[in-house]
Design a protein around this ligand. Structure first.
Ligand code: 3PG
Ligand code: MG
Length: 398
């Protein structure tokens, strides 16, 4: 993990701090869903307020093709203000140019402004130096608190970081420290628990992680591809049959580097993915032709539990079953609870991330009980793939 400046040793009194946030929160029917990203930004803003900075918050939202009201950050003004104890948040209808300048120039020390969606300018995603320069005119210091966007080499994340003195915000700092502790210098034995539906989207992750961990447990529909690759029948289950060769290669590479791969021994099956449908628990050698594997079975949960009990570090991405439909959430919830217990007993350092994983932990009621839960999706995955994140690299000192 690279070294970086933090806001603790930053003199920001009376200065304009350009704060890159990730306010790309889920919105449905005009309402904000999970507000974790807003809440986790608050400590950084509050620390900067306490130091007397003029805080200029910038973020992307959605994937707009140009300015559109659907993707305006205006709706974030109220929630952001609430998250920082009701302090008012000024809004600029553009993130560069005279509109932004007017709002930023009017800020007094300790005041906060939010700029309109960075992605309303296509130059943002192109890491355009001219656009970054326009942003830099609005600040004296750059603080990045958007780990969840650190996998994007965009102007407000990379080019801008090189134009001003920079530092990691508190959330970015916590994330880098937690992820560093889990992957760069973990306490061994270490385990990875990887679920989700497709091997194809997690191929780089699997290839990298087998060289890092002592045990790799695979669940979710991606486990079906491995079972199929081993010559087992998977009925009508979700399965990437064309990935069978790749799956076999991963298994033999894992064996070579001494990584124990834990695949399901049994499965919860049903005729369709529907709530409260009739289910059957079967061994993985006996999946009926007309059935679908929708969760891992109790024997598999017991095996993963035993492995967790032997490990000191866990990284987790992806539910092990179709957890959004009951009762196929059972295995994921049982494992989440055990991870929380082992973490509370200080036997396990546990780090989880990814949208589905966070939702599954919340459903199990243990979201706050792991060592660290990342709000990042793509950035967390790329970190698990061992890739250098451009937004983290841009903050590196020396
Ligand atoms: C995310 O939600 O994953 C980040 O905010 C990045 O958004 P993007 O995938 O649209 O770049
Ligand atoms: Mg994304």
């Amino acid at each position: 993990m690279p070294r970086f400046h933090t806001i603790d040793n930053l003199d920001v009194a009376g200065k304009r701090v350009l704060l890159r946030a990730d306010l790309n929160v889920p919105v449905k029917d005009g309402k904000i869903g999970d507000a974790t990203r807003i809440e986790r930004l608050a400590p950084t803003i509050e620390a900067l307020i306490a130091k007397g900075a003029k805080i200029v918050v910038m973020s992307h939202f959605g994937r707009p093709k140009g300015p559109d009201s659907e993707n305006s950050l205006r709706r974030l003004v109220e929630p952001l203000s609430r998250a920082i104890g009701g302090k008012s948040v000024h809004f600029a209808t553009d993130c560069i140019g005279p509109e932004a300048r007017k709002v930023v120039d009017a800020l007094k020390p300790g005041e906060v402004a939010l700029l309109e969606n960075l992605r309303f300018h296509p130059e943002e995603e192109k890491n355009d130096p001219g656009f970054a320069k326009s942003l830099a005119e609005l600040g004296d210091i750059y603080v990045d608190d958007a780990f969840s966007a650190a996998h994007r080499a965009h102007a407000s994340i990379v080019a801008l970081a090189h134009l001003l003195p920079n530092a990691a915000g508190k959330q970015m700092q916590a994330e880098l420290e937690a992820l560093g502790a889990a992957l760069d210098h973990p306490q061994k034995p270490m385990m990875a628990l990887i679920g989700g539906s497709k091997v194809s989207t997690k191929l780089d992750l699997l290839k990298f992680i087998i060289g890092k961990v002592d045990k790799l447990a695979i669940g979710g529909a991606m486990a079906n591809t491995f079972l199929f690759a081993q010559g087992r029948g998977v009925g009508r289950s979700l399965c990437e049959k064309e990935m069978a060769g790749t799956a076999r290669n991963i298994l033999s590479a894992a064996e070579k580097c001494g990584c124990e791969v834990i695949l399901p021994d049994d499965a919860v099956t049903a005729g369709k993915l529907e709530p409260s449908v009739v289910t059957r628990i079967v061994g993985v050698n006996a999946v009926p032709m007309d059935a679908m594997i929708l969760d891992i079975g109790p024997a598999s949960v017991a095996r993963i539990s035993a492995a967790l009990g032997e490990c000191k570090t866990l990284v987790w991405n992806g539910p092990v079953g179709a957890f959004e439909v009951k009762p196929f959430d059972r295995a994921t919830i049982a494992i989440a609870k055990q991870v929380a217990e082992l973490t509370a007993a200080k036997k396990l350092l546990s780090v989880a991330g990814g949208g589905d994983t966070v939702a599954a932990l919340a459903a199990a009621g243990v979201e706050g009980q792991l060592s660290y839960v990342s709000t990042a999706g793509g950035a967390f995955l790329e970190w698990l793939e061992g890739k250098e994140l451009p937004g983290v690299a841009a903050l590196a000192v020396g």
